[in-house]
Ligand binder design. Structure first.
Ligand SMILES: [Zn+2]
Length: 283
């Protein structure tokens, strides 16, 4: 993956529609060490306007699948800096400084997702009564669907935070799971296809993979108005905004067959896209 994306991260189409945008100060500072600076007359620059210079980036829109994403793809070191101690005290303090009001929102996020019962109702018909479950990128395991009835609840996560009762931390997938969950991860990662191919390589023939991503309000608007993406002028930790078609193309490209889809209302105005898949071709 080059530093600046030149092809669609979902379907690999190119060229892409482009529009200038900014990287929000928290992400620019934490991942890159960049701070906004004020261009003042004493710089003595003839051809630059006076005012604040923010971290520039480009919104890229795929006309084939509708996916929208920022051109800048963070490398491993930058991702490690951005997500070190994710939502912990240091992270929260830095973000509160640049985004007043974040700390209060963070406490609500840490309280857990309210939409999990809807996910569980969607998944249950496909699974045995007491499934073995791996939550890939599942943080503390608090939001793992079906964890209350799971025969085994494993969590693979780099955060190192204490897990909820009954969950086991694993460094690599162990054994053949009935269900692997990859929820609210792909919108953060620079190369979603690489992660999905890694996950796919661990699936047994009978393992279900449940992938969930935010269906951002702007992407919902794009279904009625194809030009709505041009309103995307800033980028934060969600560096990928997925369309439903983009998700299908991405999963298919990674050797995954979608069996069922759902749109789930999140707390507040949000919606999530959930897709249940299997390795393709399945045994
Ligand atoms: Zn595309």
């Amino acid at each position: 993956m080059p530093r600046l994306a030149t092809r669609c991260i979902c379907c690999e189409a190119s060229p892409l529609e482009r529009q200038g945008a900014v990287l929000m100060p928290f992400v620019a500072e934490r991942a890159l060490g960049w701070q906004a600076c004020e261009i003042t007359p004493d710089w003595g620059l003839r051809d630059l306007s006076i005012g604040w210079a923010q971290a520039l980036c480009t919104s890229l829109h795929c006309t084939d699948c509708g996916c929208l994403f920022v051109d800048m793809r963070f490398d491993g070191d930058e991702m490690a800096r951005l997500y070190a101690g994710y939502r912990g005290p240091d992270y929260e303090a830095q973000r509160e400084r640049l985004e007043p009001g974040y700390a209060a929102r963070n406490q609500r996020l840490l309280a857990g997702d309210e939409h999990i019962p809807a996910v569980e109702a969607f998944l249950r018909p496909w699974l045995p009564p007491h499934p073995t479950v791996l939550d890939w990128g599942g943080d503390t395991g608090q939001n793992t669907p079906l964890r209350q009835i799971a025969a085994r609840h494993d969590v693979l996560d780099i955060s190192g935070r204490p897990l909820v009762q009954g969950a086991t931390a694993v460094a690599v997938p162990e054994g053949d799971y009935d269900l692997i969950v990859l929820a609210h991860v792909l919108e953060h990662v620079p190369e979603p296809s690489a992660l999905l191919q890694e996950v796919r390589s661990t699936l047994c023939a009978n393992t279900w993979l449940y992938v969930e991503v935010p269906f951002e309000a702007l992407m919902q608007d794009c279904e009625a108005d194809a030009a709505a993406w041009r309103r995307k002028r800033h980028w934060h930790e969600h560096i990928n905004f997925f369309s439903a078609e983009g998700m299908r193309r991405l999963l298919q490209r990674c050797g995954l067959q979608v069996q069922a889809e759902i749109r789930i209302a999140l707390a507040g105005p949000g919606v999530a896209l959930g897709l249940l898949c299997r390795r393709w071709p399945s045994a």
